[in-house]
Design a protein around this ligand. Structure first.
Ligand code: AKG
Ligand code: FE2
Length: 213
């Protein structure tokens, strides 16, 4: 009965449809208003408060069974967000993510069953060298999701741009994305190599992955 109700209640969502079309056509989607300005402001404050409380740790490369801290590859510090212990703000964040996942699973049969998200702070001078978001021993990450939480007025000169390496008819091209506040980038974890260019002003974000199995 519930199932039937869901079928009838399905409403096409223009924003999600655009995300799906973008990903099908170009392997990534850039969304300017996935979260409200208020949500972005509060998530930024939450990140800064938690960082102030010193609970971030140096990000590693490799997955959690196989991790190595390698500052020559990435220099950000992170804090994983546990959905089961989320505060109301984080719960609202996950509710938007879960809506998107439900839509993707329903319309594209993506089979997303798990997700993992962390706050990330790149101190001045740090970067993340070109990489793919999958691990040798784990290919469950399907979509990468990044939401930028920088201050209003963030300038291109602040560095820290995300560069996606695209392939257009066999030719590599670079898509440069500035981490302006509120921007969300979603891309195919297994297909798009990318990097974070050196940061000149502390750079804030939430990054996550939508995973199968
Ligand atoms: O912050 C970004 O723009 C991308 C971060 C990233 O590539 C990662 O954490 O794997
Ligand atoms: Fe990445």
């Amino acid at each position: 009965m519930n199932q039937l109700f869901e079928e009838i209640a399905f409403v096409e969502n223009a924003q999600y449809e655009r995300i799906i079309t973008d990903i099908l056509n170009q392997k990534y989607s850039l969304v300017e208003n996935f979260f409200t300005e208020q949500e972005v402001l509060e998530l930024r404050q939450s990140l800064l408060d938690k960082h102030e409380a010193d609970v971030f740790k140096k990000a590693a490369i490799g997955n959690r069974v196989n991790e190595v801290i390698e500052k020559s590859i990435r220099g950000d510090v992170i804090l994983w967000i546990d959905e089961n212990r989320a505060d109301p703000l984080e719960a609202a964040f996950f509710s938007k993510i879960n809506n998107l996942v439900a839509y993707l699973n329903k319309t594209c049969f993506l089979g997303i069953l798990h997700k993992e998200f962390h706050y990330a702070l790149y101190p001045e001078g740090t970067y993340y060298k070109r990489h793919l978001d999958t691990f040798q021993n784990d290919d469950r990450r399907k979509l990468s999701f990044v939401c930028y939480l920088n201050e209003d007025g963030w300038l291109p000169e602040n560095g820290g741009e995300l560069v996606l390496y695209l392939n257009e008819n066999g030719v590599e091209t670079e898509k440069v994305i500035y981490p302006f506040p509120g921007r969300v980038v979603i891309f195919e974890s297994q297909l798009l190599e990318h990097e974070v260019k050196p940061v000149k002003t502390e750079r804030l974000s939430i990054t996550g992955w939508l995973k199968t199995r």
